[in-house]
Write a protein that binds this ligand. Structure first.
Ligand SMILES: Nc1ncnc2c1ncn2[C@@H]1O[C@H](COP(=O)(O)OP(=O)(O)OP(=O)(O)O)[C@@H](O)[C@H]1O
Ligand SMILES: [Mg+2]
Length: 366
């Protein structure tokens, strides 16, 4: 991936508010038509980064390029971007049509052209019959769609969305996620989407930047972030993960052998380029990549015996916690209940844990 095919290029950007550093040497390339998310917990700098893309804040150092142009001297209204804020600022006293057309008022379009564009937007957001409604007679989800339409009607090359679904309840939020994703594919605009909800980021995004304390920890596809996190920080931020201490005993042919505390010898191809033999590492496995059986799984080469600590039946799946010799925390295992459950396994009973080759990931020391 060259820097040239990046549509938005954030290069070594730092942002200080007084002596407080909100953004710490962030470099991210975003491609045209991408649904790109900034994911991180509260205060990690997501809004600050978005506001710098929009031009409402300037980097203290570093540069932002959009479509090959440096943005440092370009004011917000001249950037090919539009922003949808978390508190969707639509005008309650205007009707839906006038809200959507609001940004067009400077363009002096003939009335019929203007109406045509608004109709197109109403169709797109699936509210074709709502044009004459007052904005304060709409539900939260409908208002959110109006806010989106108002931004989209200006055909920005980039749409910046700051937690646009934050105020919605879970059901509406999930429905809007699907609509937003479909909408983005239809209009082909580059989306930079801010969220602190990992599931939302995984569902929607082509790629995600995981952020913490002003830094970009890892920029990757949802699958790679989940399956191949580079650091413990990223691995524990996305989903649940079991961590173990280990020592690399050898690396050959792209496979690392690691002596894992409580588990034994583990071979895996999932590790970064900086790994060295003899290194002490953190090694990890997702709960659903571990199998749990009461008798020894004869076909599995990778296995260890443990003691059932706790079992929780959740209907569609069960969560188990199994104690292993030499490890203080029980290991989490998640299993789908494909067959009818006949009751949960007894606690304090001996069980077997097994796993497929390459189920473990070796993490870089963060
Ligand atoms: N104008 C400002 N002056 C001083 N500090 C600021 C300013 N704006 C943001 N900050 C600080 O910068 C840090 C990042 O803020 P930012 O709003 O970017 O976080 P965020 O990731 O969007 O968080 P949230 O998920 O809560 O919206 C925070 O610690 C915040 O207090
Ligand atoms: Mg924010």
């Amino acid at each position: 991936m060259t820097q040239n095919d990046a549509y938005i290029s954030i290069r070594n950007v730092n942002k200080f508010f007084g002596s407080f550093q909100a953004i710490d040497d962030v470099s991210i390339d975003i491609h045209q038509g991408e649904f790109f998310s900034l994911l991180g917990s509260s205060g990690c700098g997501k809004t600050t980064l978005l506001r710098m893309l929009a031009g409402f804040e300037s980097p203290t150092s570093g540069e932002i390029y959009i479509d090959g142009q440096p943005m440092s001297d370009v004011p917000p209204h001249q950037r090919p971007v539009n922003m949808v804020f978390q508190s969707y600022a639509i005008f309650p006293h205007l009707n839906v049509r006038d809200n959507i057309a609001y940004g067009l008022r400077k363009q002096k379009l003939p009335k019929n052209k203007r109406n045509e564009l608004v109709d197109e937007m109403l169709e797109l957001i699936k509210l074709p019959d709502y044009g004459d409604r007052k904005a304060n007679q709409l539900s939260g989800g409908q208002r959110q769609r109006i806010a989106l339409a108002r931004a989209l009607i200006l055909r920005p090359k980039v749409l910046l969305l700051d937690e646009p679904l934050g105020a919605l309840d879970k059901q509406l939020r999930e429905q809007m996620q699907l609509e937003l994703r479909a909408l983005q594919k239809t209009v082909g605009i580059t989306f930079v989407f801010v969220t602190h909800d990992q599931e939302e980021a995984l569902t929607l995004s082509d790629r995600i930047a995981v952020m913490a304390e002003g830094r970009d920890l890892q920029v990757d596809t949802p699958t790679r972030l989940y399956e191949n996190p580079l650091t413990r920080e990223v691995a524990s931020f996305i989903g649940t993960m079991n961590f173990f201490d280990g020592k690399v005993t050898g690396i050959s042919d792209g496979t690392a052998d690691v002596d894992v505390k409580g588990i034994g010898e583990v071979s895996t191809t999932n590790f970064g380029p900086r790994l060295r033999p003899g290194e002490d590492v953190c090694i990890a496995i997702r709960p659903e990549k571990l199998n749990l059986t009461e008798s020894e799984p004869q076909q599995m080469g990778n296995k260890v015996q443990g003691l059932m600590d706790k079992a929780a039946y959740l209907g569609e799946r069960s969560h188990y916690y199994v104690g292993l010799d030499g490890i203080s925390h029980p290991v989490a295992i998640s299993a789908q209940n494909r067959q009818r459950a006949e009751g949960t396994p007894e606690e304090k009973r001996t069980v077997w844990i097994s796993w497929e080759d390459n189920a473990f990931v070796v993490l870089e020391k963060g």
